[in-house]
Design a protein around this ligand. Sequence first.
Ligand code: TMP
Length: 210
Amino acid sequence: MKGIFISFEGIEGSGKSTQASLLSKYLSEKGYETVLTAEPGGTPISLKIREILLSLDNKNMTHVTELLLYNAARAQHIHELIMPALNRGAFVITDRFTDSTYAYQGYGRGISLNLLDSIDSIATNNLRPNITFLLDLDVEIGLMRNKGINKIDRLELEDIEFHKKVRAGYLALAEKEPDRIKIVDASLEHNRVYEKVISIITNYISQHGL
Ligand code: TMP
């Protein structure tokens, strides 16, 4: 793997998609090959799994089914899109990756982190991003931002307590892996968040002589 793998994480409404696409544009303009993708998704099979996961028709999905489907979508995403791009030496930027599973299915749903580790090693072969941006935001603000754009799916319908557990989970993950997971305050204006992301990435690029 010669490329650089970057993920954006955070609760609903934290602005991940906007920042991921701004970073992708910045790196392409610098002349790097850049692949911008998102989970669950990134390939036709993973997008079909996404529909099952997020459909409001599937309210009786068990937590284990949900966990396995996120991992299934990810295994396909890695095989078909992420690894080939990293092997070519590209920057791959994904809106969500494994930390979402730890935050939502682990801390949010309460599935044991050891069980997540076992399934994760099958699905990802322990692939981890080089850098993860955790866009941290108050849950009420995030959900309000999403309501503003009428974005409602099966997970967004969960109560506020669930989303609070997810946010706390993300912060716990960042505490465990401070070198990889960089916390950025997502309550700031978009362009201030962007400046912070760019400053972290330019440091990384110069430290690694890229
Ligand atoms: P999105 O709204 O960022 O596209 O993500 C879709 C939803 O899926 C979001 O509510 C977070 C959730 N999710 C998980 O619960 N576990 C995962 O592993 C991933 C990738 C997403």
